[in-house]
Design a protein around this ligand. Sequence first.
Ligand code: G6P
Length: 521
Amino acid sequence: MASAPHPGFSPRPSTGGRHDLVVLANRLPVDHTVGADGRPSWRRSPGGLVTALHPIMKQRAAAWIGWHGRPGPAPAPFVHDGIHLHPLALTGDEVEGYYEGQANATIWPLYHDAVEQPAFDRAWQDHYRAVNRRFAEAAARAAAPGALVWVHDYHLQLVPGMLRQLRPDLRIGFFLHIPFPPVELFCRMPMRDEILHGLLGADLVGFQHAQGTRNFRALAAELLGAKTTDTAVWYEGREVTADTFPISIDFTGQQRLGIDPAVQARAAQIRRELGEPRTMILAVDRLDYTKGVECRLKAYRELLAEGRLDPAETALVQVAVPTRQEIGPYQALRERVECEVGRINGEHADIGRMPVHYLYQSFDQAELAALYLAADVMAVTPLRDGMNLVAKEYVATRTDGTGALVLSEFAGAAAELEQAWLVNPHDVDALKDAFVDAAFADPAEQRRRIEPMRSHLRRHDVDAWATGFLHRLEPAGADRTAAKVLRTADRWRAGSAGQHRGGVRAAERTVRPPQRHNVTG
Ligand code: G6P
């Protein structure tokens, strides 16, 4: 089959820059804030990716290219916490076409095989190409000869191919944070060959789950006629490695929060404020239609109605983190969820007691950790999810080995956290049984399940993920070995050990601006 062109793309050679590591992601790893004195500043965003990459990037004076989160002109490049930030401007039309449209109304629902139908629009596709080209050109300018460039996620799938044309000397890696769909689903995409061609511009393409890796190889063979082996795709005379790299969390930092006295005190306070329920069930999601919030609420309502859970003794805390609020299906989902919460509380609440506590807000890591510690049952039941780091954070926070994780089979995390109560989130009866089993599991059963998950995460933390990927991307024989990078990461972590504790003191809730949130996935 014919290989795909890049319409309208004529590569201009670039002389390159001075960074030997360049990261590209849709968003910069900083949030714009205004201090008490009214002065604007930048603060490092919460989230696994920047935590993982920060020590390595600082050591190498690396660059991060991304959008600063608002339409209009971008600030000039600046250095923040040792990382060189290169903000890219998007016009209002590009925010609509590239970000809200092609990325989040076409690719996101298609790749998640979601309840929402993907929408296809040729003008969005043009914006997607134009913005990907801008990213590729910025990387070509920033990268030193032979540098490593690591491109992240579904917003930037054309970048590796475009960048290879501009700078064939670079080592280019791509990691997809969301699921990669099977052949029959992906083939609906109008830009399907072009996207595959873009991804195959990389030297290393990484996926969260082995199924995604298999889908990618099958598609490369079927649509582009590439030859494939277990970990390689041969395309246009080059070998592209395709493999599975499940992303993880800062296990040590999360565990530290779990044993912090201030976090533990806040957890006890949360339980008191809830009226000391026998069972507290917690769910923490970006309010996205992939997260299965409606199925979960339906299961909970039926359990209360049937008396299998007693509304006087049970509290469900549903944290729904605001996200993508300009996009129609997200607005509609919010209305449906809030209607269902109102229905459950209307039918089962009493004066001073509510079976659902619904919080449409963002929280800092310390408050989330307190919620994890307070919760008897953690409900992570997405219909589809690349990984789901909330499930991993819950397990890491529960240092005493208690707690019960109900986890969707369709979250990437299920491939690793196989001792959880695994459940099909589309099956309301199965969800109900899992919630009841988890709620009434004795401490020995909880420990039997959670301890192996904790030791798995201890070994497979976010450092291991980042260094593992970069090690595979490095040219063979390079002296920057993964071991060296790991040692730097360890030194940095030891030096910043106090950071979380400092944050914990402010365990009170903070409402973050809607665009940014610390719950990924
Ligand atoms: C998912 C994606 C990320 C994205 C995040 C938040 O985790 O994989 O790339 O940053 O959602 O979405 P947003 O649209 O606010 O960036």
